[in-house]
Design a protein around this ligand. Structure first.
Ligand code: FAD
Length: 397
């Protein structure tokens, strides 16, 4: 088969799964993976949980590497700065250039930052192992932790920091924590669980100012209230890492717009995008394309991209069936296990169908035509399995 060269930019789960899928689909040419972190791909979900409360190393977090990708060339520690689609090369921050026959974009996302005036020492974000390690060094029993943002990462951090003995304040413009994926009722019930553990929420507010000389000592909210702060974490959402792709005719409005094979729309050469950075169609989403930041999507999109790209590079026919992958996420907060299938965040209404919101429960979510579009369970992982099967069988009712 082909001796062509595939360059994958982004050394995370999506990049690794694409490499595996290329090999699984018979591609025998060279695969090189460029990553700006110094590490080979590792699991990020523990970063807001176990990695903050124990000494989890890269060795313990890294994904098992299959024999099929043992010959991948790793180019780590330098970011891609510029794509030239015309000359089919990517230039890195260290000045080196890397040519390709096909490019896979797997650069994920980074935390969005607010332009808050004041000192920055003590200010953190959480995306990488290095971020988790520097945060872990600062969250101590009795420390004052202010988390800006009440999405999943903010709430998981609130739970972990509370368990570590810190005093935790969560500041968020939202009306309830995790309101976007869960809706107001379940969000309010989760807020109550956090409050019972000692977390204080400042909902409908943001941070206007960090106070201190070089180290943040307190934060002032837009209400004028001041909170003591040794550690501040910004967890207000994300930005796709796509700046390096500009001026190549790609649609970068929300990540990289791709077709159902994960091939970049409008590209005359083989450019694919997977994982958190890919804005893709999915039979499950209906007519829309979406960027979904759940752990299972890099695997699903990587598998599809690998199969399609292997076919394209060997002149075979590309898959013509719809891409269909069920979005799924979980979140661990204190002893509570949240699990979801589908797109509860796109729902118009919801109904508790099992248990009570303050205990183990299952909430079903319905779209505007009253069709089941998602489900969230708390401490009901087993009971949720039939929903997974039902969605996968396309039997929503
Ligand atoms: C703290 C945390 C907790 C999470 N918890 C959960 C959870 O409980 N459940 C769940 O479903 N999902 C969770 N997720 C989400 C899940 O981990 C992501 O969806 C998944 O990691 C995305 O994989 P990816 O390969 O697309 O991107 P990433 O894993 O982010 O990999 C992208 C890689 O590309 C690198 N990169 C970026 N720009 C460049 C560049 N210009 N050049 C070279 N390299 C570059 C990045 O540094 C990174 O190494 C969590 C994420 C985080 C950060």
């Amino acid at each position: 088969m082909s001796e062509k060269r595939v360059l994958i930019v982004g050394g995370g789960l999506g990049g690794l799964r694409t490499a595996e899928a290329l090999r699984a689909n018979g591609f025998i040419g060279e695969i090189a993976i460029v990553g700006d972190e110094e590490f080979q791909p590792y699991n990020r979900p523990p970063l807001s949980k176990a990695a903050l409360s124990s000494d989890l190393s890269h060795e313990e977090l890294k994904f098992r590497q299959r024999d099929s990708v043992a010959d991948v060339k790793w180019i780590l520690g330098s970011a891609a700065e510029k794509l030239s689609a015309d000359t089919q090369e990517v230039t890195l921050a260290d000045g080196t250039s890397h040519t390709f026959d096909a490019l896979v974009i797997a650069t994920g996302i980074r935390p969005r930052l607010l332009p808050i005036p004041g000192p920055t020492q003590g200010l953190h974000t959480l995306r990488t192992l290095n971020d988790a390690q520097s945060l872990k060094a600062e969250i101590k029993p009795g420390s004052n932790v202010v988390i800006i943002g009440s999405g999943f990462i903010g709430c998981e951090l609130a739970a972990t920091a509370t368990k570590l003995g810190a005093t935790v304040h969560v500041v968020s413009l939202d009306a309830q924590p995790m309101i976007m994926p869960m809706g107001a009722d379940l969000g309010a019930a989760m807020r109550k669980r956090h409050e019972e553990k000692g977390v204080t929420f400042h909902l409908g507010h943001t941070v206007a100012q960090f106070n201190g000389e070089t180290q943040i000592e307190s934060v002032t909210l837009d209400s004028g209230e001041t909170l003591p702060a040794d550690v501040v974490v910004e967890a207000i959402g994300s930005v796709p890492n796509t700046e390096w792709l500009r001026d190549n005719g790609l649609n970068l409005e929300n990540g990289v717009l791709v077709d159902s094979n994960m091939r970049a729309v409008g590209s005359s050469i083989p450019i694919y995008a997977v994982g958190d950075a890919s804005n893709h169609p999915n039979k499950f989403y209906g007519d829309q394309t979406r960027r979904i930041e759940h752990w299972n999507m890099p695997t699903e999109t990587g598998k599809r991209a690998g199969a399609a790209l292997a076919a394209e590079l060997t002149g075979s026919e590309l898959p013509t069936d719809d891409f269909f992958a069920l979005p799924a996420f979980w979140s661990d907060q204190y002893e509570f296990q949240l699990q979801s299938y589908g797109l509860p965040g796109s729902a118009s209404s919801s109904k508790v169908v099992s248990g009570e919101l303050d205990g183990p429960c299952i909430v079903e979510y319905f779209d505007s035509s009253n069709k089941l579009c998602g489900v969230i369970g708390i401490d009901t992982v087993k009971e949720l399995m039939p929903y997974r099967k039902k969605f996968l069988a396309g039997m929503q009712s």
